[in-house]
Design a protein around this ligand. Sequence first.
Ligand code: UDP
Length: 391
Amino acid sequence: ICFTIQNTYSDSCSKSDDKCTAHTENRYSKEVNNWSAEINKKISLALDQYIPCKRANCSCHADVIHKDLLPFKDGITKEQFAQARAKATKYQVIDGTLYREADCHFPARCAGVEHYLAELSPQLPNLELAINTRDWPQLNSAWGHPKAPVFSFSKTKDYYDIMYPAWSFWEGGPAISLYPTGIGRWDKHRKSISKAADKCPWAEKEVIAFFRGSRTSEERDALVLLSRSNPDLVDAQYTKNQAWKSDKDTLHAAPAAEVSFEDHCRYKYLFNYRGVAASFRLKHLFLCRSLVFHVGDDWLEFYYPSLKPWVHYVPVSPDASQQQIKRLVQFFKDNDALGKEIAERGFQHVWDNLTDKDVKCYWRRLLKKYSKLLKYEVVKDDKLRKVKDMI
Ligand code: UDP
């Protein structure tokens, strides 16, 4: 069900406030006007510069493959692969069949990856790859780590890791009580969330900024605290995760009940934050046709660079104060049509360019390009087992 509530929030001083003189009110509104003009300018500029990507053949994400493989443009040696392999799970494709070492640290995550690799293997040349299923990437150039081809689902630009579509597109995502077997099946979520969005069009959404999730990063605190002082503007609360021990882990408040992706569609403004690395949350938020506020631009998944700030989402600095966040939300309350347009473009982009077919296509293009960089002949490793036999 989608409710509309009258929101009474106002950023100006109240008449009963003695400190609220005409002078400060004028100065304040001038500042806000200048700031609003800046935001308008940023949106116009972003739209002027925006060239929609070509939809065919997962081309919207092709640059990411190019960039991630650039450090390896002179080829990948056997020694480099050995360094990568030490950080990850070893896979091989030999004569169209997928093999893996017996041990996988996170079996459900490996299964999520293997869903795509097994289907693709008959089309691939012989190759071997090292897939990291941990939450964080492995080889940081800024920390002096060696350059080696570890595949990871998320990284910042400082890492050599090569991004692959996260296991959770199919299975193995974090298990929360709403999704006890783990978040997955993006193909199904696309349908169910967009159906929920149809039931809850823009004009009927609650005019409130919303976030539900655990405290995997302190960057989330500002919004949660703002929610406590301005509950009519923001509803942001921490939920429990597996590491939860006491209310301290939910910023000294009782943990909130979890909210399904579909129920996020009731709210007009949806916030996304990094967690340990990029959060799986982001892609789901767009499907609500709500306005996405994406905080921080360091942590990426493969499809993030195709999304453009101010075109598809509202970028927010991870250092933004509660006051700055409040102002930004207020701006979009005051400029409703602008927010609706950004929300629509964000939805359409994810709907058109992040299908299960795009995920498969990305894997295929990535692995074909990667296989050409291997400078040595890949010889079947007898310690590996057929993935088919391990299921
Ligand atoms: N999640 C959810 N509803 C909730 C809390 C979490 O759907 O009420 C999802 C969330 O979108 C994310 C996953 O569960 O995809 C884990 O969220 P959390 O905030 O615990 O960690 P994150 O992965 O974002 O760092």
